[in-house]
Design a protein around this ligand. Structure first.
Ligand code: ADP
Ligand code: MG
Length: 339
C-alpha cells in the first residue's frame, strides 16, 4: 500500500468544490442565494451556452467591503454564521461559506461590488481560486459576479457535462423556483441574449406565478392559506380536475428556500385523496414558514433538503390547509372532507 498522506489543499479544494458545483445551475443557485441574502430587490441573471460560456449575476444588495473581498472567496468564510448555536437557527439561504470558494476553484471569476452608502467600489479577478489584487473600481451599489470557463481545470467534470440546451433548461427551471420563492424581488433571466423571465417583484405570489409559470397554469389554481400552531402554509394548488401526469409542478418552499420533500408531497397528495384521478398528480406552489429553530437546513451541501423537528405537525398543517382550500372550491368531483 502507498503511504497515507494528507491531500494538498488545492486538491482538497477541488474535491470539495465538486460537491457544491455540480453544473452551471448550481453556480446560478449559489450566486442568486447570495444576492437574496444581501437584501436585493432586483436580481439579473445572464447565461451563455447553458452557463458554460458565461454566468453573470447582478444584484442591488448590500455589496461587499473592498478589504473583505478576498476573504469572501476563502473556504468556510461567511458573514452569516458565527457560533455553533447559530447552526440551529439559520435564517439565511447561505451559511456554509463554501459557494464562492467552490465556484472560484473551478472557473475564472470577476467580481465588481460597491457597499451601500460608500462611494468607491472594488473589483477582483480570480483564476482557479487564486485571487489577483483588489482594484478600486466604479460600480453601482450592489454586486456583479461573472463566471467564465466553468470546469476548465477539472477535465473529468467537463467531459460529463450535458448539452448546453439541457443546462439552459436546468437554469431556467431553477430561475422559476427562485422567482417564485421571493415574490418581493424582481428577477430577470436572460439566456443567450434573450429575456426568458421577468417577475415584477411586487410581493404578490400570484404575480410571480403568472410571470414564471404562465397564464394557463395560473388560471387553474386554487389559493390556499392556513396554519397549525406556529406553522403557516400559503400559496396555490391546482384544482382537482387539473391533475397532471407527473409531480414536476409541485413546488415547495420552506422559509423561502426551494426544497424537495417527500413529506410535503405526501401531505399535499393526501389532501387530494379521492378527488383526483388515479395516475394524476396535483401541482402546487406552496410556501411553508415555521420558526428557524424547528427546521434543520444543514442536511446536504446543495441545501435542497431539510429536516423538520416536528414532522407530524408540518404534515398536518399542509394536509389540512390543502383539504380546506379544495373543500371551498365546491368542485363537483370533491368528496366530503374526511379526518
Ligand atoms: P455563504 O453564502 O454561505 O455565507 P458564500 O461563499 O456564498 O458563503 O459567500 C461568502 C460571503 O460573501 C457571504 O457570507 C457574504 O458576506 C459575501 N457575499 C457573497 N455574495 C454576496 C453578494 N452578492 N452581496 C453581498 N455579499 C455577498
Ligand atoms: Mg452563499
Amino acid at each position: 500500500m502507498p503511504h497515507i498522506q494528507q491531500l494538498e489543499s488545492h486538491v482538497a479544494d477541488l474535491i470539495a468544490a465538486g460537491e457544491v458545483v455540480e453544473r452551471p445551475a448550481s453556480v446560478v443557485k449559489e450566486l442568486v442565494e447570495n444576492a437574496v441574502d444581501a437584501g436585493s430587490s432586483a436580481v439579473v441573471v445572464e447565461i451563455r451556452r447553458g452557463g458554460m460560456g458565461m454566468i453573470r449575476v447582478t444584484d442591488n444588495g448590500c455589496g461587499i467591503a473592498p478589504e473583505e473581498l478576498p476573504t469572501a472567496f476563502l473556504r468556510h468564510a461567511t458573514s452569516k454564521l458565527r457560533t455553533e448555536e447559530d447552526l440551529g437557527k439559520i435564517g439565511t439561504l447561505g451559511f456554509r461559506g463554501e459557494a464562492l470558494a467552490a465556484i472560484s476553484a473551478v472557473s475564472r471569476v470577476d467580481i465588481l461590488t460597491r457597499q451601500t452608502g460608500t462611494t468607491e467600489g472594488a473589483a477582483l479577478h480570480l483564476e482557479g481560486g487564486v485571487p489577483g489584487a483588489v482594484e478600486p473600481a466604479g460600480a453601482p451599489e450592489g454586486t456583479t459576479i461573472t463566471v467564465r470557463d466553468l470546469f476548465y481545470n477539472t477535465p473529468a467534470r467537463l467531459k460529463f457535462m450535458r448539452k448546453d440546451s439541457a443546462e439552459t433548461a436546468a437554469v431556467n427551471g431553477l430561475m422559476q423556483h427562485l422567482a417564485l420563492s421571493h415574490p418581493d424581488i424582481s428577477f430577470k433571466f436572460i439566456k443567450d441574449g434573450v429575456e426568458a423571465l421577468l417577475t415584477p417583484g411586487d410581493g404578490k405570489l400570484d404575480s410571480a406565478v403568472y410571470a414564471a409559470l404562465g397564464r394557463d397554469f395560473a388560471r387553474g389554481l386554487v389559493p390556499v392559506s392556513g396554519s397549525g400552531g406556529d406553522i403557516t402554509v400559503s400559496g396555490f394548488v391546482t384544482a382537482p380536475l387539473m391533475g397532471r401526469g407527473s409531480r414536476s409542478m409541485q413546488v415547495f418552499f420552506v422559509n423561502g428556500r426551494f426544497i424537495k420533500s417527500q413529506l410535503l408531497t405526501a401531505a399535499l397528495e393526501e389532501g387530494y385523496r379521492n378527488q383526483i384521478m388515479k395516475g394524476k398528480f396535483p401541482g402546487c406552489v406552496l410556501s411553508v414558514t415555521l420558526p428557524v429553530t424547528a427546521v434543520d437546513v444543514n442536511v446536504h451541501p446543495a441545501k435542497t433538503q431539510v429536516k423538520f423537528a416536528r414532522e407530524h405537525d408540518v404534515f398536518d398543517a399542509v394536509y389540512h390547509t390543502v383539504l380546506d382550500a379544495l373543500g371551498k372550491t365546491g368542485a363537483p368531483a370533491a368528496a366530503p372532507a374526511q379526518e
